[in-house]
Design a protein around this ligand. Structure first.
Ligand code: IVH
Length: 789
């Protein structure tokens, strides 16, 4: 056997294996090998093909994406026209369809009793996928053409695009396929892929798609198939125009499945039209859980002989019917846009609609999210809009019907003043900034600047403040809070602690006992844990998790209040946007007053303490320099500057000679550094920041001093087994702050081993070598002792 021959055999074998894995993965949703194995096979095939380009064939899985974008789609004549389906919207229409079909099939034409029909008619039930009809042709088992439905007679050639759909076989599997085979089915985008695609579009500042169907259509109509290849499309076959494959529709589909073509796993054959109705009800219930959108179900007379007898009426088969679900989308009129004020003052537009039935529910309001969304939709008051309901989700406006825009349509205007309190409304730009990249602005919120003087904000702020996961004050429901706000008894969270027994008794629904209970619940909330207190404040973007990070890292409310945004950036999970929100929350005089009042009223966190050692140890001089955002100074150059100068004073004292002598740093960068350190304003700011790091025990030089004078300087410790009270990282950080080195294995040089639960070989080795061993409790006691020295 020639080596060329062996290579050709291996290539054929790899293609076959990969096609089988593609089928298992995409069509059956049941992969049999891990991705790594698949990738390995794919890489092997690609490499062999690169070495032997003469062996590349069009049906190879490496050839899904064609290199060339086309200028236009060419027309394709359908050999057998692609027809459409008759629709039913009510059970009655389904029964009529069955009666007509069964009468036509029955010998006795006078027979019209559906429950004891003259002939048996079995139906094949399938979901009606909401995508685009496509025809795919195979010659000698190889995909040669794919076309859109078009007008049913002529469609467009979308072969290059359909080839990129991963569950469409480029070559049929198995055997017995006819020389020419045409399959028909729906190309659609699964819900998950659709969400991800829209997220990506939004992040890139592009217009998202209104629904999965539009996304599938847009993806399939790309002239550059590379774009189609990047879209999560799938194909599901619901029929074939090739005759003689089987004697039933369902067995035709099964046969196609055997050749690697995806068919619906929901397909089901039932014995009567009653079975069809049950199928409709069942799928209807599971609709939201299906991974793709469907707009109904399709019933097809299963026996092909019976289909032939029934034939067609105009452009619709008499043997099939689509039973559609109530529309999820409707057209209606946008009567007005009102603005609501949320807890953080965000002023959000809400659409008031001319009431319309959407999927069986009356819809009169829809969310518009924010003004960016209004701009994206280009919606004006008076417009006809498409309203969409998906499951339990709040109805949304997905599109404006521009053709119907009336001449008196009015633009939606952001109010300049808060609709609730009349304060100024300001635009806050949301800034997203990754560590050393440029500021990327994305989106904006409009905020009422009234803060707690705005009743809407105050009310929402109080609801949040007393919530179970925040201050956990029992008995303060929304209705009571509303009363407290409207009667002006409470104008800030601090005022809750000033409520008197007499005042509470005045409120609706309170008597002696309930009043006393409420007051004791309020008083009982005065000693929250720090994380809860921070969360309760309702700082925009600070949820429970971020509150915990702030509490653990900084240890006191005062430090959280004082922290500069740059300091906060050192904390895990806190980015520029959140850091900015936190700092501006505490910079606000209203908020400062409330915090001062809370302190006066003796509301204090129980667990205030020192900043977390792990956090204290996280700063480096290089990282600090990086934060200055000097042009050309990202991590590498920051490192060079840090190593060269070692301290901020030295860096500030640098002259051009010093700077330009730093190895591998460009003159332009040196110049940028020089310009930066010469500016008095920048220097002051940087010095302030450094001072804060020193105050918080986070400064790199004080760490070094601490370490030199540290009680465990020069020692090597080993941690083994599981620790309960501390994480490994905390234990390691605390040891390092005390000057110890933490090693991974026990040797004669080890000074001490900390053995947690189920410690193994390292403990044994320590005992053999006679090294000191501490259990977790002893270790924690030791740490405390050394840290307090
Ligand atoms: S059968 C002659 N089966 O619905 C019968 N169509 O309204 C041709 N569709 O153009 C269609 N799921 O795009 C059939 N299981 C299914 C379907 C289905 C979706 C679409 C298809 C067709 C349209 C007809």
């Amino acid at each position: 056997m020639s080596s060329q021959h062996t290579i050709a055999t291996r290539i054929a074998q790899l293609r076959q294996i990969i096609a089988q894995h593609d089928y298992n993965y995409y069509a059956l949703d049941a992969p049999t090998v891990p991705d790594s194995e698949y990738d390995r096979l794919f890489a092997e095939l690609r490499e062999l093909e690169q070495q032997h380009p003469e062996l590349i064939t069009n049906d190879s899985p490496t050839q899904r994406v064609s290199g060339q974008a086309s200028a236009a789609f060419t027309q394709v004549e359908h050999q057998v026209p692609m027809l459409s389906l008759g629709n039913a919207f009510a059970e009655e229409q389904v029964l009529e369809f069955a009666l007509r079909a069964e009468q036509a099939l029955g010998a006795d034409q006078s027979h019209n009793d559906l429950f004891s029909p003259a002939v048996t008619v079995e139906y094949c039930c399938e979901p009606k996928l909401d995508g685009l009809a496509v025809s795919i042709s195979y010659e000698q088992g190889v995909l040669v053409r794919a076309a859109t439905r078009g007008d049913g007679q002529t469609g467009e050639d979308i072969t290059a695009n359909v080839r990129t759909i991963r569950n469409v076989p480029l070559k049929l599997q198995g055997e017995g396929w006819p020389e020419f085979l045409e399959v028909r089915g729906e190309v659609y985008m699964p819900k998950v892929g659709f969400e991800a695609l829209n997220q990506r579009a939004l992040a890139a500042g592009q217009k998202p798609f209104a629904n999965p169907r539009n996304a599938a259509a847009g993806s399939l109509r790309q002239l550059d198939s590379k774009i189609t290849a990047s879209r999560p499309l799938e194909f599901c076959c619901y029929g074939s125009s090739t005759e003689g494959l089987a004697d039933r529709h369902s067995s035709t589909l099964q046969r196609l499945q055997g050749w690697g073509i995806m068919i619906s796993p929901e397909m089901q054959v039932v014995e009567s039209i009653q079975g069809c109705l049950a199928y409709y009800a069942d799928i209807g219930q599971r609709r939201a859980q299906l991974p793709y959108d469907i707009d109904g179900v399709v019933f097809k007379v299963d026996a092909l002989e019976q289909q032939r007898t029934l034939g067609f009426r105009a452009r619709e088969p008499r043997w099939a019917l689509a039973y559609k679900f109530a529309a999820q989308e409707e057209i209606t009129e946008l009567l007005d846009v009102e603005f609501q004020v949320g807890r953080t003052g965000a002023v959000t537009p809400v659409a008031r609609l001319k009431p319309v039935h959407v999927g069986g529910v009356m819809v009169a309001n829809a969310t518009l999210h924010n003004m960016d969304e209004v701009a994206r939709l280009g919606v004006m008051i008076g417009d006809s809009v498409i309203v969409r309901r998906a499951g339990d989700v709040i109805p949304q406006i997905t599109q404006v019907v521009l053709e119907r825009r009336p001449s008196d349509a009015r633009p939606v205007q952001t109010p300049s003043h808060c609709p609730v309190c009349g304060s100024q409304v300001e635009r806050t730009q949301l800034v997203r900034r990754s560590k050393n990249k440029q500021v990327v602005s994305d989106g904006a919120v409009w905020r009422c600047m009234g803060r707690l003087s705005c009743q809407a904000q105050l009310q929402q702020a109080l609801i949040h403040f007393v919530a179970r996961r925040a201050m956990d004050i029992d008995g303060l429901g929304e209705k009571i809070i509303e009363q407290l706000v409207t009667t002006k008894l409470v104008a800030s969270p601090a005022d809750l602690y000033r409520l008197s027994y007499e005042q509470v008794l005045e409120l609706d629904g309170f008597a002696d006992l309930s009043a006393r209970n409420l007051l004791s619940a309020i008083a009982g909330s005065k000693r929250p844990r720090l994380a809860r207190l921070i969360f309760a404040l309702g700082i925009p973007d600070v949820g429970e998790e971020t509150a915990k990070v702030l509490a653990r890292a900084l240890g006191s409310l005062q430090r959280v209040q004082q922290a500069y945004p740059e300091t906060l950036l050192w904390l895990p999970e806190i980015g520029a946007e959140v850091a900015h929100e936190i700092a501006s929350f505490f910079a606000d005089s209203h908020n400062q007053a409330v915090l001062a009042q809370l302190a006066e009223l003796d509301v204090h966190a129980v667990d205030e303490g020192q900043p977390d050692v792990e956090f204290q140890a996280c700063t480096t001089f290089a990282g600090f320099i990086e934060q200055f955002q000097i042009t050309g100074v990202a991590s590498t150059n920051a490192q060079r500057l840090a190593e060269h100068f070692k301290t901020l004073e030295a860096l500030f004292a640098a002259d051009w000679l010093d700077l330009s002598s730093i190895a591998r740093m460009s003159k332009n960068t040196a110049q940028a550094v020089q310009d930066f350190i010469k500016q008095e304003g920048q220097r002051q700011r940087v010095l302030q920041l450094e001072q804060q790091l020193i105050d918080f025990g986070m400064h790199w030089t004080c760490q070094r001093e601490q370490v030199q004078a540290a009680p465990l300087a020069g020692q090597t410790w080993v941690l083994t087994g599981g620790l309960e009270e501390l994480t490994r990282e905390q234990a390691k950080a605390r040891l390092e702050l005390l000057g110890a080195k933490v090693a991974g294995s026990v040797s004669a040089k080890t000074n001490c081993v900390v053995a947690g639960s189920s410690a193994g070989s390292k403990l044994t080795r320590a005992q053999e070598l006679g090294i000191a061993v501490l259990d977790e409790a002893e270790f924690i006691a030791k740490l405390a002792e050394l840290e307090n020295q």
